[in-house]
Design a protein around this ligand. Structure first.
Ligand code: GLN
Length: 565
């Protein structure tokens, strides 16, 4: 186990403007260091007062990323997992709210022994203790910490102060700061401008922090001259001014940083001597497939209610990029506003024009539900590949209940408490839950797959583990009827109680899951369900799937039967 002293810290801060991609930078650097043989962990510090982002609207915060241990976290943790293929956990996402909560809890327990509890030292000490915790408990060489927000924000000051103090305590070879800034290109002058970066570094200096490395985002490549200028005014070596110009896909960022030798500069400064040459062949091929797929483009419709804000579906969109690469197609995503389909005059068939597959997205609340149900119905009746995730699965069962099982107005009790046919209902253990934060069915749960099902075909095994985030589930009172009418319950909890996957037999690809497979797709390990769905959509686009209603299901080998117990 690594002692805290042995762990090297890298803090990533951002300046000038937000949305420069600190998360992608952190994940990319982590990947490069990992491929040089180092053990890397990444975490995110968020300056807001929410204890976690679980209670925030996707409009405010984008997707909530759920870890195996059931933490509701920032979407940047998704980038970390997708790039590094290392699981994150609750310990990897600290919010200022969580820091304050533990300080206030300690105060209530009398742990400050009559003292006045203040930001300095108590809040700062709490942050430093938490910084130490992850380093103490993990077995890794490098801990990358991304600090949310932009330098100059009042709210992130305690994190910066804690970082400053930690550097003093650990020594400069054990902690470095990478500051990500923006170098705008001014068309009228045909010039890249370094002044905003200079100002941002000045502001960082006001907090007592001299950045060790500057990564400069820009529309155009940074010339040696510009790098020298930035280095000169910001007091860093020009080799430590790293250019990061816009690229076609975020997955090219590690390759660009490798070229700029960011990893080597970091290792030199942290005294990390032993390393191997990174092997980025797989990554390069992946980027090539993303940029120039051999088999053209297909379009998948994503039906949801946050359509104008794609960050709400971040992991789903990234999973389609992974699955596109593995199927040699570009997956273009068309957002379908569920509410639009609630208007009886809405022409659903024209909404499906050019679409080779429909995904109904996760979500909460009744807005757009009837529209989603209509979209599912169209995909089912017209044999268009369909994939439902969480709320998407619940909508698929509502649709099946109403249109196949003759249960008029069947619904989820989330949308109609007095539904005559509550095919989706609150889980038993949720009935007494009053608090909203962190109380859903969260995190990784095992699921057993049915032999010969589509799910079993794509996963190629019987026991899977997937991550959840929901309060409602399929109501078992309706299981028998649904089965009689042709729905297959192809995945359940190991004791059979909870329905986790449903699918339809007489359809080219109709699979809906109660969990969130998008949280487990990786560049190097595309998720089997996304892979299978994109494969089906590609065949649909090529006209191969439309008529093949009866699908051959695989038979199991004897070892598989044994493993299934
Ligand atoms: N609102 C539904 C539930 O709580 C679905 C949640 C989701 O899609 N993540 O069960």
């Amino acid at each position: 186990m690594a002692r805290p002293k042995n762990v090297k810290h890298i803090f990533v801060t951002g300046g000038v403007i937000s949305s420069l991609g600190k998360g992608i930078l952190s994940a990319s650097l982590g990947l490069l260091l990992k491929s040089r043989g180092l053990r890397v962990a990444i975490q995110k510090y968020d300056p807001y007062i929410n204890v976690d982002p679980g209670t925030m609207s996707p409009y405010q915060h984008g997707e909530v990323y759920v870890t195996d241990d059931g933490a509701e976290t920032d979407l940047d943790l998704g980038h970390y997992e997708r790039f590094l293929d290392e699981p994150t956990s609750q310990a990897c996402n600290l919010t200022m709210g969580r820091v304050y909560k533990s300080v206030i809890d300690k105060e209530r327990r009398g742990e400050y022994l009559g003292g006045t509890v203040q930001v300095v030292p108590h809040v700062i000490d709490e942050i430093k203790e938490k910084m130490g915790d992850l380093a103490k408990n993990g077995s890794f060489d490098v801990l990358i910490t991304e600090i949310g927000g932009t330098i100059g924000d009042i709210e992130s000051l305690p994190f910066l102060e804690a970082m400053r103090q930690l550097k003093l305590e650990l020594g400069e070879h054990n902690l470095l700061n990478i500051h990500l800034t923006f170098v705008p290109y001014i068309k009228a002058a045909s010039e890249l401008k370094t002044k905003p970066t200079q100002h941002s570094v000045k502001m960082l200096l006001e907090t007592g922090i001299q950045p060790d490395i500057l990564v400069c985002r820009s529309e155009k490549p940074l010339s040696r001259e510009i790098k020298n200028k930035v280095g000169h005014f910001c007091n860093v070596h020009d080799l430590d001014v790293i250019g990061l110009n816009d690229c076609d896909t975020i997955y090219e960022v590690p390759l660009m940083l490798l070229k700029e030798q960011l990893d080597l500069r970091v290792m030199k400064k942290l005294g990390l001597k032993k390393f191997r040459e990174p092997n980025m062949e797989y990554w390069k091929n992946f980027c090539e497939k993303v940029k120039h797929p051999k088999d053209g483009e297909i379009t998948i419709g994503i039906c949801g209610k946050y359509t104008e804000y794609p960050d709400a579906y971040k992991s789903i969109i990234e999973s389609f990029i992974h699955a596109g690469a593995s199927n040699d197609v570009r997956v273009s995503v068309k957002m379908l506003r569920a509410e639009d389909a609630e208007d009886p005059k809405f022409d659903i068939s024209s909404a499906f024009k050019g679409i080779s597959g429909l995904l109904v997205a996760p979500g909460f609340g009744d807005r757009g539900i009837e529209g989603k149900v209509r979209f599912v119905q169209y995909a089912r009746e017209n044999n268009i590949p369909f994939f439902g995730i969480c709320l998407g699965m619940q909508c698929a069962t509502i649709e099946f209940a109403r249109n196949i099982c003759d249960l008029p107005d069947a619904n989820s009790t989330e949308f109609n408490k007095r539904a005559r046919f509550p095919v989706i209902d609150l889980m038993e253990h949720q009935k007494k839950v009053k608090e909203k934060g962190g109380t859903m069915r969260l995190g990784s749960y095992p699921c057993i797959l049915k032999e010969g099902s589509r799910a079993h075909e794509v996963y190629g095994k019987f026991l899977i583990n997937e991550r959840h985030r929901h309060r409602y589930e399929f109501n078992n009172q309706f299981r028998k009827l649904f089965e009689e009418k042709g729905m297959i319950f192809s995945g359940t909890s190991p004791n059979g109680d909870l329905v986790e996957i449903v699918e339809l037999k007489n359809h080219c690809w109709f699979v809906a899951v109660q969990f969130h497979p998008e949280l487990k797709s990786r560049v190097q390990k595309v998720h089997p369900l996304f892979d299978g769905f994109v494969h089906a959509a590609k065949e649909f686009a090529q006209g191969k799937r439309q008529l093949s209603l009866e699908v051959e299901m695989p038979r199991l080998s004897s070892t598989e039967m044994e493993n299934a117990g």
